[in-house]
Design a protein around this ligand. Structure first.
Ligand code: ADP
Ligand code: MG
Length: 590
C-alpha cells in the first residue's frame, strides 16, 4: 500500500541528507551566520557537539513573523525563483538546514533584527511546531542545538567519540576563520575558549591565533596573479616541516578542498629543499575562474577538478618557489623564554693574552687553566684573575693561539693529538676538544634563529623519567634542533636531530639530557641549562678512538671556530704545551 509519510518522518529522512554529524550542524549554522552578514561568530560545543552546540552571531537577525517560516523545509530568503540559482552569492540556498536540524534535535533560537525593539525566542523540538515568544536580545541570532539525534538512536550510534567529533568541529571552525579573516571567530569547547581570531582581515594573524606561534613564525607569504588565477598562501620556510600533510589546508574559491594538483604542486615547490617524508605547512587560498573548476558541492567530497591541471599545478608551485627564494624564507625560529631575553650574546673572545697552559715537569696544570668564558662574565671576576694570575702562568703568547697552525704528527694512546709549532710541542685531548666543539655547536644552534635539522630515516624512540615531565624539556630540545613527538605515555619519538650530530651522539645526548632534569629543575634558567647541556655533551661524545687524518683536521679547524677552545665545558684543558726550553731542561741541555 502506498502512503504519504507524515511530516515528522519525512523531515527525519530529509535531515539525514544535511545533518550527518555534529560538524554538519555547525557548518550549516556558520554558513547561515556568514550569509546574515555577521562580523563576529561564536561557536560553543559540549561533548563533541552531541549534547550542545551554540552558534551566536551579530548578523541581520530574522523578523519575528518569519522565524517559524525559517524552520520550514524549502524556506529560504536567498532565492525566489529557479533562475536565481545561476547567480547565488550566499553559502546556503536550499532552505533545508534549519528544518533538518530541528527535525533531529531540540532547538532554541533567539534572534532580533536591527529595526525590532525586542527579540524573538523560538523553541522547536523534533520538527514540532515552533513555539514563538518575545524576549530581550541583541541584534543577531543565537541558535542552541541540544541532544542531537535524540529521536534517531540509530544515527546517534554512528557518531564517533566526543573528542573525535569535537576535533572535526574545531578543524572546520579553524578553516572557516582562515577563509573569513574579517569575521571574528571564537571557538569554545567544553567551557574552554580555544581561540578568538582578531577579525581584522589579516589571515596571518588568524593563523597565529589558531595554530600558534611555532607555526606562525615560520611562514612566508606567497602571492601571484596570472591567467585569471590568483594565489595567496602562507607556507613554511625550509627550517620547519611536518611528517604528514595534516598541516596543509587548501581553499579554492573560498571552499576547503583536497586534490592531487595541490599535493604535487607543493611537492614540486619544495623538492630538494625538504628531506623525503617531510611536508611543509601550507595555507593556500586559490581563486580561479569558476568556469574552469569543478568544486564538488557535496559537503563530504572535497575533491576538486581543474580544466587544465598542469597549468594550475605550475602556477601554484611557481608562486611558492618565488616565496621560498625571498629573504623572508630564511628560517627564523626564535626561542622566546624569559630568561633568554636577558641573555646577552657573549662578547668576542679575547684571545690575546690568553694563557696557554704550560707544563712544567713538577706541576701539572689542573685548576690553573684560565677559563675565558668565566673571565668575560663579570668585571669583578676579570679583575680577580688579573690580580691573582694562576701560578703556572708564564708570559704567554700575546697573539691568539691558532690550532690549525700546528704541524700535526699523529695521535698518541688513541687519546691525544700530537702537534708542534716553532719552539713548543702540544698534546690535544681529543675527547675534551670534541666535547667543547659539540657543546658550542649545540648552544649556537640553540641561540640561532636558523635551525639545521636532519631527518632520521628510522625515528629513534626514547622514554623520559617521570621527574622530567612537564618541565618544558621538549621546547628546549626543539630549540637545539631536535624534533621529538609524544608516542604515548612517557615514550617519545625523535624524528629529527641537529645536522651536526651523529645518530648515536644525538641519542646519548637526549637520553642524558632528560635524565638530568628533575621536577624542580628550572631549565629556562640559562645557567642551569648550560650545566645540564654540558653534562649531556659529555655522555654524547665518546673518546678513545683513533681518529683519521681528516677527522683530526676537522676537529682542529672546529676548535679554531670555538669561542673558548681552551677547555672542555667542564673546565678540563683541551691541550697542553711543552716548550722547547722545558724539554731541554729535562735532558739537562739547558
Ligand atoms: P538557507 O540557508 O539555505 O536559506 P536555512 O534553513 O539554512 O536555509 O535557513 C533558512 C533561512 O533562515 C535563511 O534563508 C535565512 O533567511 C534565515 N536564517 C537562518 N539562519 C540565520 C541567521 N543566523 N541570521 C539571519 N537569518 C538566518
Ligand atoms: Mg543555510
Amino acid at each position: 500500500m502506498i502512503r504519504l509519510l507524515d511530516k515528522q518522518t519525512a523531515d527525519k529522512i530529509a535531515a539525514g541528507e544535511v545533518v550527518e554529524r555534529p560538524v554538519s550542524v555547525v557548518k550549516e549554522l556558520i554558513e547561515n551566520s556568514i550569509d546574515a552578514g555577521a562580523s563576529a561568530i561564536a561557536v560553543e560545543i559540549r561533548k563533541g557537539g552531541k549534547e550542545y552546540i551554540r552558534i551566536t552571531d551579530d548578523g541581520c537577525g530574522i523578523h519575528r513573523e518569519e522565524v517559524s517560516l525559517a524552520f520550514r523545509r524549502h524556506a529560504t530568503s536567498k532565492i525566489v525563483r529557479a533562475s536565481d540559482l545561476d547567480s547565488i552569492d550566499t553559502l546556503g540556498f536550499r532552505g533545508e538546514a534549519l528544518a533538518s536540524i530541528a527535525a533531529v534535535s531540540r532547538v532554541r533560537m533567539v534572534t532580533k533584527t536591527a529595526d525590532e525593539s525586542t527579540g524573538t525566542l523560538c523553541v522547536i523540538e523534533g520538527s514540532e511546531e515552533a513555539d514563538v515568544s518575545q524576549t530581550g536580545a541583541d541584534t543577531g541570532t543565537t541558535i542552541v542545538v541540544r541532544d542531537l539525534f535524540y529521536n534517531t538512536p540509530a544515527r546517534r550510534k554512528f557518531l564517533k567519540s566526543d573528542s573525535a567529533e569535537a576535533n572535526q568541529i574545531i578543524e572546520l571552525v579553524s578553516q572557516m576563520a582562515l577563509c573569513y579573516p574579517f569575521i571574528r571567530f571564537r571557538m569554545i569547547n567544553g567551557g574552554n575558549t580555544l581561540f578568538t581570531t582578531p577579525g581584522k582581515g589579516d589571515t596571518l594573524s588568524a593563523i597565529y591565533t589558531i595554530y600558534g606561534k611555532t607555526t606562525g613564525n615560520c611562514l612566508v607569504k606567497a602571492e601571484k596573479s596570472e591567467n585569471d588565477m590568483h594565489i595567496m598562501a602562507y607556507v613554511s620556510n625550509t627550517g620547519e616541516s611536518r611528517n604528514s600533510r595534516k598541516s596543509q589546508v587548501f581553499f579554492v574559491n573560498g571552499r576547503v578542498v583536497k586534490g592531487k594538483v595541490m599535493d604535487s604542486a607543493v611537492k614540486l615547490a619544495y623538492s630538494e629543499r625538504l628531506f623525503p617524508g617531510r611536508f611543509p605547512i601550507v595555507f593556500m587560498f586559490l581563486y580561479v575562474n569558476p568556469e574552469t573548476v569543478d568544486v564538488n558541492i557535496h559537503p563530504n567530497k572535497k575533491e576538486v577538478r581543474f580544466d587544465d591541471e598542469k597549468l594550475v599545478e605550475n602556477f601554484i608551485s611557481e608562486a611558492i618557489k618565488e616565496a621560498l627564494r625571498t629573504e623572508d624564507a630564511v628560517p627564523q625560529i626564535k626561542y622566546n623564554a624569559e630568561s633568554v631575553k636577558t641573555y646577552k650574546p657573549k662578547p668576542a673572545p679575547v684571545k690575546e693574552n690568553n694563557t696557554v697552559p704550560v707544563v712544567s715537569v713538577k706541576e701539572q696544570p689542573k685548576q690553573e687553566q684560565v677559563n675565558i668564558k668565566e673571565l668575560l662574565k663579570t668585571k669583578r671576576e676579570e679583575l680577580k684573575i688579573r690580580e691573582n694570575p694562576a701560578p703556572v702562568v708564564s708570559a704567554g703568547p700575546s697573539k691568539p693561539f691558532i690550532f690549525s697552525e700546528l704541524n700535526i704528527l699523529g695521535t698518541l694512546f688513541s687519546t691525544y693529538i700530537v702537534g708542534f709549532r716553532e719552539d713548543a710541542f702540544y698534546l690535544i685531548d681529543q675527547h675534551a676538544a670534541h666535547e667543547r666543539v659539540f657543546y658550542e655547536k649545540l648552544m649556537n644552534e640553540f641561540e640561532s634563529s636558523e635551525k639545521h635539522r636532519q631527518s632520521l630515516l628510522i625515528p629513534s624512540m626514547f622514554d623520559i623519567p617521570a621527574s622530567s615531565e612537564g618541565t618544558g624539556w621538549e621546547e628546549i630540545l626543539n630549540c637545539m634542533g631536535f624534533t621529538v613527538e609524544p608516542f604515548g605515555g612517557r615514550s617519545y619519538r625523535m624524528t629529527e636531530i641537529p645536522a651536526f650530530m651523529k645518530i648515536g651522539e644525538a641519542e646519548e645526548f637526549v637520553r642524558d639530557f632528560v635524565s638530568e632534569i628533575e621536577h624542580d629543575t628550572d631549565i629556562k634558567s640559562r645557567r642551569i641549562l648550560d650545566l645540564i647541556a654540558s653534562k649531556a655533551c659529555k655522555a654524547a661524545v665518546k673518546g678513545g678512538r683513533t681518529l683519521h687524518e681528516s677527522e683530526i683536521d676537522a676537529l682542529i679547524s672546529e676548535l679554531d671556530r670555538c669561542e673558548n677552545p681552551y677547555s672542555c665545558p667542564h673546565g678540563r684543558p683541551t691541550y697542553v704545551r711543552f716548550s722547547r726550553n722545558q724539554i731541554e731542561r729535562m735532558f739537562r741541555r739547558a
